[in-house]
Design a protein around this ligand. Structure first.
Ligand SMILES: Cc1cc2nc3c(=O)[nH]c(=O)nc-3n(C[C@H](O)[C@H](O)[C@H](O)COP(=O)(O)OP(=O)(O)OC[C@H]3O[C@@H](n4cnc5c(N)ncnc54)[C@H](O)[C@@H]3O)c2cc1C
Length: 406
């Protein structure tokens, strides 16, 4: 560790914290990013589906994703950004809502076309069971990215510009100090944390007696809370209200020798199932609506595949009859009442960027550039105003509601 006082300390080195480090360093703010586990074993950034789209309903969500997409296009080969589009199938109930939002999506310069069920089949012949498809949209500029390569890109570029990263650090107290500084009281692990120690700390209440570490203080002019689904714990240290809850989401990787979806990007079914080609396999996710909140990481394995994934895939594509479960995992969404992220100033010298639900990878660049502007210049960049995502919206009732595939 180089210093004990920094311009900005970012708590959390997931895709959001790493993107922030890059955006701050680009503005000549030298950030320190701290994380209990830089490798991200439990972080959502290591558990997601890699989908990138700007077809949201709210202008601020569209704008942040669109800014990200434009950036990913410039580093496409490095982060394997494949613009093969999002094909989204709607049932009769959802289709009018989708149509209602086309205008705002197009007005923000994000191309999107509509398709009939027959046109869906013509475009993706594997989709041969068309029952219940009232209409579909295809957005060609959207696609898939490798989230790990993206996070590494942010980290490498930020390091080049002077950012530092500190591993094995857990924040257990934050105080504003006289002289415009913020003091972070930290616990630092003596050595690598085992999987079981990390799981215990992150599903219960931080480091316990079983973990060996020492205490230390860090100081900065400003702090950013980018702790993903654990941001609520950090906010509590400041006596700030949290509005989000962690919710488990599961993904299965399946094998189907009869199908090759490599030509397509993300496909979202009327049933809520989403899937895309993943190397020799298919990656498929589904979010059961009844999932209870909590720090739950257990993947239900074969049972999840048999109950949730296979029936939906086979109901849409005959070629998926012989689908076989390979592996899978569970990670956390952090979800607010209106299902949009919280970005902005949380308290004097304290900023926040968390609760991105299923949108953190695709919003990481845009959200980080916006917030870094606010921190460095005192206002959002003209082209990227994230003011609608501030925590004040919950008190004022100016919600930023997203409904489909939050
Ligand atoms: C199954 C699934 C599918 C998804 N699919 C997509 C998708 O297709 N596209 C998309 O854009 N998004 C998707 N997401 C959402 C996306 O992964 C998240 O929104 C994003 O990764 C959040 O990034 P983050 O940096 O905020 O949080 P995280 O990646 O969770 O990082 C937070 C970090 O903070 C650290 N931390 C927390 N508290 C402390 C503390 N007190 N002290 C020290 N360190 C701390 C943690 O160790 C962690 O590394 C998906 C998520 C899941 C679970």
């Amino acid at each position: 560790m180089g210093r004990e006082r920094y311009d900005v300390i970012v708590i959390g080195a997931g895709v959001i914290g790493s993107a922030l480090a890059m955006a701050l360093a680009e503005r000549r703010k030298r950030p320190l990013v701290v994380d209990i586990d830089l490798s991200g074993r439990l972080s959502s950034s290591e558990k997601n589906a890699g989908g990138v789209r700007a077809t949201w309903w709210q202008p601020v969500n569209i704008a942040l994703c669109r800014a990200s997409i434009r950036y990913y296009e410039t580093v496409a080969s490095e982060v394997t950004f494949r613009q093969k589009g999002y094909l989204w199938l709607y049932d009769a109930e959802a289709w009018p809502k989708a149509l209602d939002h086309l205008e705002v999506q197009r007005s923000l310069d994000h191309p999107i076309e509509t398709l009939s069920a027959g046109e869906v089949h013509a475009r993706v012949p594997e989709i041969d069971r068309l029952e219940g498809i009232a209409g579909a949209t295809f957005s060609p500029r959207d696609g898939l990215i490798n989230p790990n390569l993206l996070k590494n890109h942010y980290r490498e570029r930020s390091r080049t510009l002077g950012a530092e990263y500190l591993d094995g650090v857990y924040i257990y107290a934050i105080q504003a100090e006289p002289g415009s500084q913020v003091k972070l009281e930290c616990w630092r692990a003596e050595g690598p944390l085992s999987d079981s120690s990390l799981m215990r700390m992150m599903t219960q209440d931080g480091p316990g007696e079983a973990e060996t570490g020492h205490l230390m203080d860090l100081r900065a002019d400003a702090v950013v809370i980018a702790g993903g689904a654990w941001s609520s714990r950090v906010l509590e240290l400041l006596g700030l209200r949290d509005f989000s809850e962690p919710i488990r989401r599961q993904i299965s990787v399946v094998d189907n020798r009869d199908t090759n979806l490599a030509a397509y990007g993300m496909i979202v079914d009327t049933s809520g199932l989403y899937f895309h080609n993943e190397g020799p396999h298919i990656l498929a996710g589904y979010s059961p609506p009844e999932e209870p909140p909590g720090y739950h990481f257990k993947y239900d394995g074969e049972r999840f595949f048999q109950d949730e994934i296979w029936p939906r895939m086979y109901a849409r594509m005959t070629c998926c009859e012989r689908l076989r479960h390979v592996t899978g995992w569970a990670g956390l969404y952090s979800v607010t009442p209106d299902r949009s992220a919280i970005v902005g100033r949380a308290a004097p010298r304290v900023y926040e960027a968390h609760s991105f639900s299923g949108r953190g990878v695709m919003q990481s660049y845009g959200a980080a550039q916006a917030l870094a502007g606010l921190i460095a210049d005192g206002r959002y960049p003209d082209s990227l105003d994230a003011g609608a995502l501030s925590r004040e919206r919950f008190a004022s009732g100016r919600m930023v509601r997203e409904e489909l595939h939050i």
